[in-house]
Design a protein around this ligand. Structure first.
Ligand SMILES: [Zn+2]
Length: 396
């Protein structure tokens, strides 16, 4: 069976059969706080997809942006009393270190919103000229009434969209909007905020248009696959579709893949609840491969609950894999390898892939005559981003 993924817009598992070159855009971080397990779980999803696509012979161009100016980083920088770009640089360095430790494939480009302002201004200008946007009191809004397909990605009702816009900083009560769902493309900056000159006024971009600009600039008008966490489906991704397709007249995204949120010991893992589990803290106590394995015990679409004991499960499996990787021989590895690949191809079913990998390790450890078994185990480890050629560095 060919590679299949769950497409949010289609609401079903569909074949993912891109051409030799795959254009992938994954929404990146707003660098104002350290990388937590939710980020790691999200980026791991796309990392597994990239690894499998590469194995199938595709060349994957994954672009992951940096949202270094938006409504969350500016208040945080103000609160800390540091320049926002200084905060961004420090958090971005931590993020890179965490991603590297977890052996995530690096993006081919990592555009930053503050370095894409010219492109953003051009997009806003064109949306104004074509009647898809309007300006009131210094703010430019996208006019959703000009885009009848608004809502087709999320499939949310209008009431749901208004509620989510309110909950996620969209401010639908703003009296300057013609429609509560119209969203900001450009806004005046507060006195202590960064501001750029544009033909329609000095200010800063809205969050959604930043991603459209960076995606189109790096990958062109149509992307094979766009990803992010499920919390980005609305309004962020819905708005990206509207403004991008209104701009180019072309389909923006062929497939949408969203990774579920992570909870922590019974509660949603969130900044506001103060229960974030940071990757850097886990790296102090565990081998990065154990963290990857622990995350892979959960399917990317089943919002999962992280428990402190998960890391022990990851470590235990890592020990078994490493022991088997240096064994002299084992059983015929073919059927195990088929199961690992079939699991990945069935909507990135990492838990099922790990089950087959663990069974191969156990079978190797109970002996056999095929000296190829440990070799295949190591290859499968590489496919899943678990290098089995070095001992455990940290942890149990
Ligand atoms: Zn984005």
């Amino acid at each position: 069976m060919a590679l299949h993924v769950y497409d949010t817009a289609h609401r079903e598992i569909v074949p993912f059969a891109p051409g030799p070159q795959v254009r992938m855009y994954v929404c990146g971080i707003t660098p104002y706080d350290s990388t937590h397990l939710g980020h790691a779980a999200t980026y791991l999803t796309y990392d597994l997809l990239i690894r499998r696509l590469e194995e199938l012979g595709h060349e994957v161009s994954m672009v992951r942006n940096v949202t270094d100016v938006d409504d969350s980083i500016l208040p945080k920088a103000r609160e800390l009393g540091v320049p926002y770009l200084e905060l961004a640089a420090a958090e971005l360095a931590r993020f890179h270190a965490d991603m590297e430790a977890l052996e995530m494939r690096p993006p081919v480009a990592e555009p930053r919103a503050t370095e894409t302002i010219d492109e953003i201004v051009l997009i806003v200008e064109r949306l104004l000229d074509s009647g898809h946007a309007y300006m009131t009191a210094g703010t430019v809004y996208f006019d959703v009434s000009t885009f009848p397909r608004f809502g087709e990605l999320s499939h949310y009702t209008r009431e749901q969209m208004v509620r989510l816009a309110r909950a996620r900083g969209g401010n639908p009560e703003d009296p300057h909007r013609r429609d509560p769902l119209d969203f900001v493309l450009w806004q005046p900056s507060l006195p202590d905020e960064p501001a750029w000159r544009a033909p329609f006024g000095v200010g800063r971009p809205g969050w959604h248009v930043e991603c459209s600009a960076m995606a189109i600039q790096e990958l062109g008008p149509t992307i094979d696959l766009h990803g992010g966490g499920t919390d980005l489906i609305f309004p962020h991704h819905e708005c990206e579709v509207a403004q991008s397709e209104a701009l180019t007249g072309k389909p923006f995204v062929r497939h949408w893949l969203h990774s579920a949120m992570v909870a922590y010991e019974g509660e949603k893992m969130s900044k506001s609840l103060g229960n974030l589990v940071f990757v850097s803290d886990l790296l102090e106590i565990a081998d990065p491969r154990a963290i990857r394995l622990a995350l892979m015990h959960h399917h990317y679409r089943s919002g999962f609950e992280w428990n402190n004991t998960d890391i022990q499960d990851g470590s235990a499996l890592l020990h078994r894999l490493l022991a088997a990787a240096v064994a002299p021989d084992g059983p015929d590895p073919g059927p195990f390898a088929d199961r690992v690949r079939a699991a990945l191809d069935a909507d990135l079913d990492a838990p099922r892939a790990l089950e087959a990998l663990g069974e191969l390790a156990d079978a190797i450890l109970s002996g056999g005559t095929d000296c190829n078994a440990p070799v295949v185990l190591r290859e499968l480890g590489t496919l899943l981003g678990i290098a089995l050629d070095r001992p455990i560095a940290v942890g149990p």
